[in-house]
Ligand binder design. Structure first.
Ligand SMILES: Nc1ncnc2c1ncn2[C@@H]1O[C@H](COP(=O)(O)OP(=O)(O)OP(=O)(O)O)[C@@H](O)[C@H]1O
Length: 234
C-alpha cells in the first residue's frame, strides 16, 4: 500500500495561520512507521488528514490501492456505556478477526475485566481495549495517535511487538513523542518539523513557544539503528 500526501495545505477554521502549507510525503507500506515531532507540530492533525477525518483546503491524500480503510485511533476515545466492554468488542469486531481478539487478550488485556463498563476502567486499560477495538476491524492502514500513552512501558512494548508481527502485511503509522522507544520497531521515521511560515512564527511568539523550525531528535542513536529518517515540513 502506498499512501501519499501531495501539496497539503491546512489551517483550522477561525485560525489566521496555516498549519501545513504544501506538505508532501509518501509512506511506502506495508510495515510499521512512526511519526514524531514536538508538541503542537501538527502530528494529530496530519493523522486526521491522512485518515480523511479533516479535509485540507488544497492538496490530495491518495492511497493505492484505493480499497481498504485507513483508521485513526487516539487515547481519548470512549466506548458506549450501555454495554460491557466485551459486548462492544464483539459487536464491532469483524467475525474473521475474532482469533486476533483472543490472541490480543493474552498480551494486552490479561488483567482487564472485559465484563465491566468502559467508564470503570483505568486510563491504561481504556487505551488497551480501545486498541483491541481497532485491531479487530479490517483496515489497510491504522494510525495510532499516542493511543497507548497511559499503558506501562513493558506492556506497551509487548503490544507493539504483537502489532508488528500480526499486522506485517498492513501499514501502521504510530504517532509518538518518544522517538527512541518506537525507533526499533520502525521501518522508517517521519519527523514532522514545525512550519516556518510567517503566520505560524507570529503564533509561536504569542503562545511563547519555541520558534525552532526543526524538532530536535537524537540523530546518532537512530542512525546507529540503521533506520531511515525522513524530515517533512512545509
Ligand atoms: N480543533 C482545533 N482548532 C484550532 N486549532 C487546533 C485544533 N486542534 C489543534 N489545533 C492547533 O493546531 C496545532 C497542532 O495541533 P496537533 O494536535 O495537530 O499537534 P500535535 O503535534 O499532535 O501535538 P501534541 O504532540 O501536543 O499532541 C496546535 O497549535 C493546536 O493548538
Amino acid at each position: 500500500m502506498i499512501l501519499s500526501a501531495s501539496g497539503i495545505t491546512f489551517g483550522y477554521p477561525k485560525e489566521e495561520w496555516l498549519l501545513f502549507e504544501n506538505l508532501s510525503f509518501t509512506i511506502k507500506g506495508p510495515g510499521f512507521f512512526s511519526l514524531f515531532g514536538l508538541s503542537g507540530a501538527g502530528k494529530s492533525t496530519l493523522g486526521k488528514i491522512l485518515a480523511g477525518i479533516l479535509k485540507p483546503s488544497r492538496g490530495l491524500v491518495k492511497k493505492e490501492p484505493a480499497s481498504g480503510p485507513i483508521l485513526y485511533s487516539h487515547s481519548e476515545e470512549r466506548f458506549p456505556n450501555w454495554e460491557s466492554v466485551y459486548q462492544h468488542l464483539q459487536k464491532v469486531s469483524v467475525k474473521d478477526n475474532q482469533h486476533l481478539l483472543e490472541k490480543f487478550k493474552k498480551i494486552g488485556l490479561e488483567s482487564v475485566d472485559l465484563n465491566t463498563r468502559f467508564k470503570d476502567l483505568s486510563q491504561g486499560q481504556k487505551n488497551r481495549v480501545n486498541i483491541a477495538r481497532y485491531l479487530t476491524q479490517n483496515f489497510d492502514c491504522l494510525i495510532i495517535d499516542e493511543a497507548l500513552s497511559n499503558v506501562d512501558e513493558p506492556t506497551r512494548e509487548k503490544i507493539l511487538q504483537f502489532i508488528k508481527k500480526e499486522f506485517s502485511n498492513r501499514t501502521i503509522l504510530y504517532i509518538s513523542h518518544h522517538v527512541i522507544e518506537v525507533a526499533r520497531f520502525s521501518k522508517q521515521i517521519f519527523i514532522l518539523k514545525r512550519p516556518t511560515n510567517s503566520s505560524i512564527k507570529k503564533l509561536f511568539k504569542i503562545k511563547g513557544l519555541d520558534e525552532t523550525p526543526c524538532c530536535p531528535y537524537p540523530q546518532s542513536t537512530i542512525k546507529e539503528k540503521g533506520i531511515e529518517v525522513l524530515e517533512i515540513a512545509t
